[in-house]
Design a protein around this ligand. Structure first.
Ligand SMILES: *Cc1c(COP(=O)(O)O)cnc(C)c1O
Length: 412
């Protein structure tokens, strides 16, 4: 019994040893990396998979009869299966590899061009990243459909009563993030999906920020599209995934034309390949896909429940410590939030705070976090954003809070 109990204790120091970058210095100080909402760090286990791919079996997939091509194809399709299992999709061909969240959203927005017309409406939340706003605005320009917005309150929580007012038979699509990258708010997605389906509207969830904290089950959510980027969940940049229900993926036309996505080509007519290849034109990021699979193995090896519980501890600890600083205001105080803290101190410019603490080895994000409408709502140009991962520690938070105090003293 005792051994089992000990095994359950989350050993952050052991985990940190997996991440070589965490032992480097920046500007003469040990790195404190609190920019995880922008991109996460990469464990040695994933770096090894990348190195192994290029050292041993780099080849183009789905085409060659030769052994290397076969090995690469098996590894790539194996990664697709890992992604399917992780998100509990019903079928592997409902997983489309993309270059990331942005590409995945553009793919769906492009596909809806043929399905929308004037008089139709689509609904977005006030909490979105630009990549979940702009492609839909372009869709509206192409089709004449109208975009409506679910507003939020002072705590960064969506006003569900307004959502109920604006959703109607005209609504064809609702799209929002599962977790806000600017504030960390976890949105009531289950309720939104139910209400959208009641009027036959499809739902796309931008899971880019959620995926490193919450293991989404797409069948349980009954969501139509779910999109993520590997680089926010311990994988490499330049690869991500679109999950789509089979019926929707069959309905949407291909996004890009090229090799790999065809069944037959003549100059008169081309027929398209079956799912998932219909949406995967050209040579994909083969190594990236395989490494994404390895990153999922790594995170599942630690366990998402463990990760969520530990990150929640970090969030509470840092929130309490930061609020001890006079004039410090935190934006986004939803009861349901992930380990992201967006703040300002008086009228000090976030960029100045970020620059000073960088000199002390601390990496945070400053600015609008690709969510200008969120900043406009609060009437500010931007915030300082500290975002934590399961490899961060309370000691690092102490160093960070002292550095923020020092920056405040220097700037006031
Ligand atoms: C990071 C992020 C994106 C964009 O992801 P890319 O990898 O840059 O395509 C979109 N939405 C949210 C909520 C994000 O956090």
């Amino acid at each position: 019994m005792k051994i089992a109990a000990e095994k359950d204790i989350f050993d952050v120091q052991a985990v940190r040893k997996d991440f070589p970058i965490l032992s480097r210095e920046v500007n003469g100080h040990p790195l404190v990396y609190f920019d995880n909402a922008a991109t996460s760090q990469t464990p040695q286990q994933v770096i090894d998979v990348i190195s192994d791919y290029y050292s041993r079996y780099n080849a183009n997939i789905h085409r060659g009869v030769h052994s290397l091509s076969q090995e690469a194809t098996d590894a790539y399709e194996g990664a697709r299966e890992k992604v399917r299992a992780h998100f509990n999709a019903a079928k592997a061909h409902e997983i489309i590899f993309t270059s990331g969240t942005t590409h995945a959203i553009n793919l769906v927005a492009h596909g809806f061009t043929a399905l929308l017309s004037e008089g139709d409406e689509i609904i977005v939340s006030a909490l979105e990243h630009h990549s979940n706003i702009v492609p839909w605005q372009m869709l509206c320009e192409r089709t004449g459909a109208k975009m409506k917005v679910i507003p939020m309150d002072e705590n960064g929580v969506l006003k569900m009563e307004v959502f109920e007012d604006i959703i109607s038979e005209k609504t064809k699509l609702v799209f929002l993030n599962h977790v806000s990258n600017a504030l960390g708010t976890v949105n009531p997605v289950k309720e939104i999906i139910e209400k959208a389906h009641a009027v036959d509207a499809a739902v796309l969830l931008d899971g880019a920020q959620a995926a490193s904290h919450i293991k989404a089950d797409v069948q349980e959510l009954d969501v139509d599209f779910y999109v993520v980027s590997a680089h926010k969940m311990c994988g490499p940049t330049g690869v991500g995934v679109l999950y789509g229900k089979e019926e929707w993926l069959k309905k949407l036309p291909p996004y890009q034309g090229g090799g790999e996505m065809i069944a037959t080509v003549t100059f008169e007519k081309t027929t398209y390949a079956d799912l998932p290849h219909k949406f995967e034109a050209g040579t994909p990021n083969i190594c990236g896909g395989i490494a994404f699979g390895a990153a999922l193995d790594y995170m599942n090896g630690i366990g998402f429940e463990q990760i969520a519980a530990y990150e929640h501890e970090l969030l509470e600890y840092a929130t309490k410590k930061l609020l001890e600083i006079e004039d410090l205001k935190i934006y986004g105080l939803s009861k349901e939030k992930t380990a992201v803290i967006s703040f300002n101190i008086g009228d000090l410019h976030p960029y100045d705070i970020g620059t000073i603490i960088d000199k002390l080895g601390i990496a945070v994000r400053t600015g609008h976090h690709c969510a200008q409408p969120v900043m406009d709502f609060f009437g500010i140009p931007g915030t300082v954003r500290a975002s934590f991962a399961f490899y961060n520690t309370k000691e690092e938070i102490d160093i960070f809070v002292e550095a923020v105090k020092r920056a405040k003293n220097m700037l006031s």
